[in-house]
Design a protein around this ligand. Structure first.
Ligand SMILES: *Cc1c(COP(=O)(O)O)cnc(C)c1O
Length: 394
């Protein structure tokens, strides 16, 4: 089992030289893909380090140890998807338990809570997590945990993680944080008092739109034992090939995000000047309501921007004509990805609920990739110009 990283290397160096706990054969500088299901047990009376890959696999363990160090946690776990990670964590709860959840969490998490775990009597109480009073008032004798996603999706609202973990601790509740949008490079929830960190590793940790995976990191040994039990019993593990790809993706996490954040800020500022654009939501903008809070608890603003354009037609026009950004769900990749939340990422939320949250058909979300700012600007500029001409002809 991994212990906390004692050395004083900076984050970017730890990405390359994290202690994996796995010795590479022949001095291999990367962890080999141990594409095996079972391990020969030389001494039957005294089992080997690995016996069966659902329970443990060296490539997976290398990834698990790496993410645990990067998040300053005790133990890491790799799952078959972000949702497998979320669902495995939710398996820690039982009938009658209540979990207080950000009302603007990822659509799939909302779905699994309200349509699947609800069947087993685990109740999600949705609150505006940015309102600490509302969080306090939601606590009952049945409450067992608080589940945060910050910044949230698509409006990038920021929750004061430390303030929530303080309330949680005072009431003996667990704090769970979905850290997908920030990554351990920009935000480390365990340092802010959280007990469990979840990632859809599909996004920034993979970084290349080539893996579906999930990661969990816990802050203490007791929780590590519980999650380990679920991982082995429920069995939603990540395969060795995908673990290898995530280890590879992680190495460039810092350089990717440094560049993506820089471009995101430039692009957000540029969007604010466009007359087809109504609102720009990016926490790196000084006029974002949570700018100060995120500056205090994270070391960057990420590379996700949401923006509202003048009409549904305008949003459709952009989706149909933009050249550089891929159109679709997902985020955090080297290529920019443009999403229409109402019909894509948040389609699993009922229409009435969605509109109550302000996710209209004229809202777009951009995951800024590694294309150069000048090219993204040129691309969107020509789309906006074309839309204006079309509107004039009408
Ligand atoms: C994508 C995503 C998930 C789900 O992850 P998958 O890898 O798609 O299963 C969970 N939380 C957030 C914030 C996400 O963006």
């Amino acid at each position: 089992m991994h212990t906390k990283n004692e050395d004083l290397n900076c984050f970017g160096t730890n990405l390359i030289h994290a202690k994996t706990g796995i010795e590479g054969h022949f001095g291999a500088v990367n962890i080999p893909i141990y594409q095996v299901s079972t391990f020969n047990q030389e001494d039957v009376s005294n089992g080997g380090r690995y016996d069966y890959s659902r329970s443990g696999n060296p490539t997976r363990e290398a990834l698990e140890n790496t993410i645990a160090q990067l998040e300053n946690g005790v133990t890491g776990f790799a799952f078959a998807s972000g949702m497998a990670a979320v669902s495995s964590v939710l398996c820690l709860f039982k009938t009658g338990d209540e979990i207080i959840v950000s009302h603007d969490i990822y659509g799939g998490t909302y779905r699994v809570l309200t349509k699947l775990f609800s069947k087993f009597g685990i109740k999600a109480i949705f609150v505006n997590m940015t309102n600490i009073e509302e969080v306090k008032q939601a606590i009952t004798t049945q409450t067992k945990a608080i589940y945060i996603e910050s910044p949230s999706n698509p409006f990038l609202h920021v929750t004061d993680i430390e303030a929530v973990t303080r309330i949680a601790k005072a009431n003996s509740l667990l704090t769970i944080v979905d850290n997908t949008f920030m990554t351990p490079y920009l935000q480390r929830p365990i340092d802010l008092g959280a007990n469990i960190v979840i990632h859809s590793a599909t996004k920034y940790i993979s970084g290349h739109s080539d893996v579906i995976g999930g990661l969990v990191v816990v802050s203490d040994e007791a929780l590590a034992g519980e999650v380990k039990f679920v991982q082995n019993a429920f069995g939603a593990i990540l395969g060795p090939q995908d673990c290898f790809l995530l280890l590879r993706g992680l190495k460039t996490l810092k350089v990717r995000l440094d560049q993506q954040q820089k471009t995101a800020l430039q692009f957000a500022k540029w969007l604010q000047q466009q007359d087809n654009v109504r609102n720009v939501y990016y926490p790196g903008l000084e006029n974002h309501p949570d700018h100060e809070l995120i500056s205090a608890q994270a070391s960057g603003y990420g590379a996700m921007i949401s923006f509202e354009v003048e009409s549904t037609e305008c949003a459709r026009h952009i989706l149909q004509n933009v050249q550089l950004a891929s159109i679709g769900v997902s985020l955090g990749a080297v290529e920019s990805i443009l999403t229409h939340p109402a019909t894509m990422s948040h389609a699993s939320i009922p229409k009435e609920v969605r509109e109550e949250k302000g996710i209209t058909e004229s809202l777009l979300r951009l995951s800024v990739g590694l294309e150069e700012f000048e090219d993204l600007k040129r691309d969107f500029n020509s789309v906006f110009k074309h839309y204006k001409q079309k509107a004039l002809i009408k």
